[in-house]
Design a protein around this ligand. Sequence first.
Ligand code: ADP
Ligand code: MG
Length: 238
Amino acid sequence: MGKITLRNVTKKFGDVAVIPALNLDIENGEFVVFVGPSGCGKSTLLRLIAGLEDTTDGSILIDGADATDTPPAKRGLAMVFQSYALYPHMSVRKNISFPLKMAGVDPAEATRKVDNAAKVLNLTSYLDRKPGQLSGGQRQRVAIGRAIVREPKAFLFDEPLSNLDAALRVNMRLEITELHQTLKTTMIYVTHDQVEAMTMADKIVVLNAGRIEQVGSPLTLYRNPANVFVAGFIGSPK
Ligand code: ADP
Ligand code: MG
């Protein structure tokens, strides 16, 4: 559960191939980071995996089954949006249980799942608050909680920390890494931040203009960059 395979995945906007025939294997339980400069296609690739964009060509397999034409809600993946996507008028509990309510999950079962997620995320004493009464880090954890209760095959993160201040980013990096160690679920994490990539990933995918420059562990990329682009990108702080 949680293996994702991209075969010749192509995305065109008009005549422009933003992603030209990309191949990638993501193994079950891996923490994979897509890193690359702004505009290189990271979000588009994540949205293709989530099903929020249609592929122009190629196929996407989830656990070996073709999911290219499967609607987003049926893929069993959870996209974690930035914390500002929370509903301000709902309590933390209601925000986290919202996807379960939409899916028609029994209320007692939903309560149990929200309580479990809150425990994992240290949100138990905040369940009755509104998002406006939380810190930035707590709000981000609520956004993650909303994904956890769905028990997805994989979590998809698109620059989830980009609107947090520097100190909080470091904390949340650690929290997400610990969450991965606890849940052992596949995570795909998009960032333009080399430090996030190097500190969080099992496997880094370096993207440049929609193409993969290199795939490897942080150590491999650091020691044996495939080319000048990877060496420059991983080597130089932003
Ligand atoms: P990143 O997330 O790496 O910054 P994106 O995936 O958002 O990059 O964008 C990759 C390229 O695709 C950019 O050139 C962007 O302008 C273009 N693009 C993204 N979405 C659309 C769209 N809906 N229509 C047209 N062009 C798009
Ligand atoms: Mg993006």
